[in-house]
Design a binder for this molecule. Structure first.
Ligand code: 13P
Ligand code: SF4
Length: 343
């Protein structure tokens, strides 16, 4: 039963004591997040991981986050992902072969005028690629500063793998939409909307399948029925959704906005369902709904559940490390260069 699993997880956690630290992303289920020693968005969790000294770090999140934690911790610390099937469909949209091929093609168009930036929602191999080519990682909470930085390095940038975060950030900085080209990794071609020499941002054609579920029609419906409801979305949503919303920002920004909001204020939030539900229960005196009435879970985040967490904990008690995420030395060093520029 669920109660029995909670008892077992609790017992194992107590037995492991200081040797263990559990990190939980805000999109995790409540049954998992209750065990987190720290919860946060991707950036916060990376920062916390980099200062942890525990032998074992159980990462309740997705694969790329556990890889980042492994890169930022020491070799004798083990990072564990309770279910290795917890991937990220966005990170899977840019593999290293596609990226190397794209880079070669883009050099033909633009020569040495491009710096690569990658959203942390990408594999360690992509972060390493970015690191060895002089670029940096970004997260949704610092994308603006990082895009500004990139444009001090070179005249244009390749932004991987989320076209929406890239486009929304560039628009915020005043870069016109038609100065953004799109690299399609499947067709391996560049979709242009201006003369080649005028391109400033090259967006990788990737997206988050969760945030794509929020549509302009959801905003239009709400505006008609409840014009006083504030619309707050994550920048992984499309440009059309972000520009029709009242506020857009990272997971941390969304949480901070609700925390600072007035009692009784009305919100429709466009982000992952577990976080929206947690905000609804944490702030019962605000009127919060999901922007998409059918709600939008991240199925891969949800693969980390109480049974998998309990399993990982009990194996550790027995001295067995299961599902350890290990990034090889070379990849780790190069990816670290990209991460450190951001951090
Ligand atoms: P942040 O935690 O950086 O807001 O990223 C959102 C996300 O989609 C995580 O996978
Ligand atoms: Fe990936 Fe989107 Fe899930 Fe985040 S919410 S882990 S970007 S699929």
């Amino acid at each position: 039963s669920t109660e029995e699993l909670h008892e077992r997880a609790q017992r194992a956690k107590v037995l492991l004591g200081d040797r263990l630290y559990i990190l939980g992303h805000h999109y995790q289920k409540d049954e998992v997040i209750v065990y987190a020693d720290a919860s946060g968005d991707s950036l916060q969790l990376s920062q916390i991981a980099s200062t942890q000294t525990a032998d074992y770090i159980i990462f309740c999140g997705v694969h790329f986050m556990a890889e980042t934690a492994d890169i930022l911790t020491t070799r004798n610390q083990a990072v564990i992902l309770p279910d290795v099937r917890a991937g990220c469909s966005m990170a899977d949209m840019a593999n290293i072969d596609q990226t190397e091929r794209a880079w070669t093609e883009l050099q033909k168009y633009f020569g040495d005028t491009i710096v690569p930036l990658t959203y942390v929602n990408s594999t360690a191999a992509i972060k390493a690629f970015v690191g060895r080519n002089g670029g940096a990682t970004v997260t949704s909470s610092n994308a603006q500063e990082m895009v500004e930085w990139a444009l001090t390095q070179k005249t244009r940038m390749l932004f991987l793998p989320d076209q929406h975060l890239g486009r929304n950030t560039a628009v915020k900085l005043g870069i016109p939409l038609n100065r953004m080209a799109i690299w399609d990794p499947i067709k391996q071609n560049l979709e242009l909307q201006c003369a080649i020499e005028d391109v400033v941002v090259i967006l990788w054609k990737g997206h988050c399948s969760v945030h794509m579920n929020f549509l302009p029609k959801h905003i239009a419906n709400l505006r008609e029925k409840e014009p006083d409801r504030n619309i707050l979305v994550h920048p992984e949503c499309t440009y059309e959704v972000v520009s029709a919303s009242d506020f857009a920002g990272s997971t941390k920004y969304i949480i901070d906005m609700i925390e600072a909001s007035e009692v009784g204020s009305k919100w429709a939030i466009g982000t992952e369902m577990n976080l929206v539900n947690r905000l609804i229960t944490t702030y019962p005196d605000r009127d919060i709904v999901s922007l998409n009435p059918f709600m939008c879970p991240c199925l891969t985040m949800n693969r980390i559940d109480l049974p998998h967490l309990t399993w990982a904990l009990e194996e550790l008690v027995e001295g067995r490390v299961i599902n350890q995420i290990v990034v090889d030395e070379k990849t780790s060093l190069e990816a670290k260069m990209a991460l450190e520029k951001m951090m």
